[in-house]
Structures are given as C-alpha cells and as structure tokens.
Design a protein around this ligand. Structure first.
Ligand SMILES: *Cc1c(COP(=O)(O)O)cnc(C)c1O
Length: 381
C-alpha cells in the first residue's frame, strides 16, 4: 500500500458492530466478561481500548512497523523507552535535543543511575568513542530542534547494530511522510503526536512504533504497568489527524520552502537554518533520507540582539507566538527563553541556540500572507 493510502486505511477496519466508518470513541473504562477471564479482547482501558487500538494500528502502518503504542504525551512515550533500562546503563543522545527530553534525561533519569552522553552526531564516527560496556541505547532526533541539523540515520543504525544497541529516532519533526526511520535501521520510532500527527493543536499525545515483537511486548508491559496512556477521545482526534497527514505535510513543505527563501534574501536576517538549502551542512543526507524538507525552520537576526528578536515576535500577526509546532496554523517561538529555557545558556549556545534565534513552524495558510507578515515585522526593527 502506498503511504497516501496507508494514512487513511492502514490498520483500519469498519466498526464490527455497526459498520461505522470511523471507530466510535469507546468512552469506557471496563468491559463485561461472560465468565471470569472470558471477554472479547478488552478487560480494562489502561490495558487496551478499541479506539486506542485503531490509532495504534494506524501508527504502526504509517511508520512501516508492526506494533504501535500510544501514550498520554510525547514525554510519556520517551519515559516508557527509558524504562527499558536499568541503573548503570548508558545512553548516547544527540546534543541538539528537544528541551523536555533533555530535562527528563538529566533531571529525572540521571537520579535513577542512568548515564547520558550528549554529543554531536553530524559525523556518525563521533559516536563510537562514547560506546562503553553498559551502553544500551542511542537517541537520535532528526531534523534537530531548533537548529534543523540532519543526522544520518542509516549510518547511526550501522553502529547501533554493530554494538547490539537499540536505536531510537524521535520522528516528530519529519513525520513518516518525510522519513521512515524503521526502514533506515532504527529499532524504535518515537513521536510527539501533539505536533504533526495530530496536526490541529488540539491534543497532547505520544507514540512509539516498533517492528520487533519481543521489544513491543516489553513496551506494552511498561505502557500498562506504568499507565501513561491516552484517552479514547484523544485517540480519535489523532486518528482523524493522520488521515490528512500527507495533504498537510505537502503544504507545510511548500510553505516552508517559500518562507526560507524569503528570509534568506532579507538584509536584516543573518542565518536561516533549513535543510533544503544546498549550502546547509547536511543537505545531501537530508536529500537522501527525506522525501522533502518539512515546514520547520529557524533564523537569526543580524547583530544577534535579543531585543530585536523579541520585537519581531511581538509584531507577527499571522504567526502566533506559542510553544509547540506542527499544527495547521503557523507558530513562532523563541527557543532561548521558551522551549530551551531549561537548558543552561552555555550548553544551548554551543549548539547554536543564541539569543536572536527565532523558530518558525510554518503552517498551511497562504504563503503570501506568511511572507507579508514576516516582512512587516522585520521592517519594525
Ligand atoms: C513536543 C516534542 C516532544 C515532547 O512531546 P509532548 O507531546 O509535548 O510531551 C518530544 N520531542 C519533540 C521533537 C517535540 O517537538
């Protein structure tokens, strides 16, 4: 099945009791049993719920995996992955990382005796020297947030399989429309479904997709045992979002390109970070592993003045200044004071998150209006 068909039909069946084309929102916590232990596949909604099952099957299908798991948030999904580990285990992670992921790793899991190494992975050869006896996991985010670096998943996958490690890819920014990490050697794909999969800024959710049955069983055990599940209404919303993922992503990519090109030529703009530019340091890898370049980009202002960046953000009207990304509406953000505020200034500046950096999640509005909005805000500084 082609991707554009999978987003609509993958893993789906009409509701067996009524023929309903969309699964009902099974707003129930429990299920009748005819005799102790005799039931129709569902016992209790932490363990399983038919609306969530429909979503989990769709997730598995679009990521080319065999098993999908949905969680109450992206961070709950990440939390479930780290619970595969034991005290003393080590993780190698990209250094240009979503702030909340960094916070979970360093402020929670380091206290439980898990060690994290945050390194640049632009060059995959860099990874091997951080592999020790207790290394269990490699954590990759690509494109990275907010610097839009691209990491070669296939190259990292070769290293992870050589040392028998698990490779996890946070695929939130790219979505399976742009890249399918399980095909490139990843063991686990993770999503903040809050973003592009949901696509409408109306739900918080996380997801994991895997191919391997043993790994899936361990994650299902953690999902049920720790209980960070999502509800049936939210499952329904994300399932509905996925059905237009390909249409939205196509427009996100077109608009992202238009905005990136506009900013690149603007005299007040210093750098534009967008992997579609030929002079982007990882452009060739992006071209090889992604189908297009996405709707996320960042830029800095000449002179790198904090106040100028803030003024631009205050004057944008079509772009809403807000946390999050991946919805139909365009959003702007200031990583240094918003999403990445939990990362020490010294650490964040090492990766390029300077004071004038502005991140855009380019939505699916008219590109003319988006560009006019940016032009106007830039005029005011
Ligand atoms: C938002 C986000 C997360 C966290 O997901 P939540 O749904 O907010 O818990 C993780 N990774 C990336 C890349 C994100 O953008």
């Amino acid at each position: 099945m082609e991707f554009n068909t999978k987003v609509i039909h993958g893993g789906q069946q009409h509701d067996p009791s009524t023929g309903a084309v969309m699964p009902p929102i099974y707003q129930t916590s429990t299920y009748a049993q005819s005799s102790p232990g005799v039931h129709k596949g569902y016992e209790y909604s932490r363990t399983g719920n038919p609306t969530r099952t429909a979503l989990e099957n769709a997730l598995a299908s679009i990521e080319n995996g065999n098993f999908g798991l949905a969680f109450g948030s992206g961070l709950a999904a990440i939390d479930a992955v780290i619970k595969l580990l034991n005290p003393g285990d080590e993780v190698i992670s990209t250094n240009d990382l979503y702030g909340g992921t960094y916070r979970l790793f360093t402020s929670i899991y380091e206290n439980y005796g898990i060690k994290f190494h945050f390194i640049g992975m632009d060059n995959a050869d860099n990874i091997e020297k951080f592999i020790h006896k207790n290394t269990k996991l490699i954590w990759v985010e690509t494109p990275t947030n907010p610097m839009l670096n691209i990491i070669d998943i296939k190259a990292v996958g070769k290293i992870s399989s050589k040392y028998n490690l698990k490779l996890v890819v946070d695929n939130t920014f790219a979505t399976p429309y742009l890249q399918q990490p399980l095909n490139l050697g990843a063991d686990i794909v993770m999503h903040s479904a809050t973003k592009y999969l949901g696509g409408h800024s109306d739900v918080v959710m996380g997801a994991l997709v895997v191919k391997d049955k043993t790994l899936a069983d361990r994650l299902y055990f953690i999902q049920n045992a720790s209980g960070a599940i999502c509800g049936p209404m939210d499952s329904f919303l994300v399932l509905r979002g996925i059905k237009t993922l390909h249409l939205r992503m196509q427009r996100h990519c077109e608009n992202g390109k238009a905005v990136a090109c506009f900013l690149k030529d603007h005299p007040k703009v210093e750098n534009v970070y967008w992997p579609g530019f030929k002079n982007h340091p990882n452009h060739e890898i992006a071209k090889a592993q992604m189908n297009d370049f996405g709707g996320m980009l960042s830029f800095t202002i000449k002179g790198n003045e904090y106040n100028k960046a803030i003024k631009i953000l205050e004057n944008l009207k079509v772009f809403t200044l807000a946390e999050s990304l991946g919805g139909v509406e365009s959003l702007s953000g200031h990583p240094a004071s918003m999403t990445h505020a939990s990362i020490p200034k010294e650490e964040r500046e090492k990766t390029g998150v300077v004071d004038s950096l502005i991140r855009l999640s380019v939505g699916v509005e008219s590109d003319k209006d988006l560009i006019a909005d940016l032009e106007n805000a830039l005029k005011l500084i």
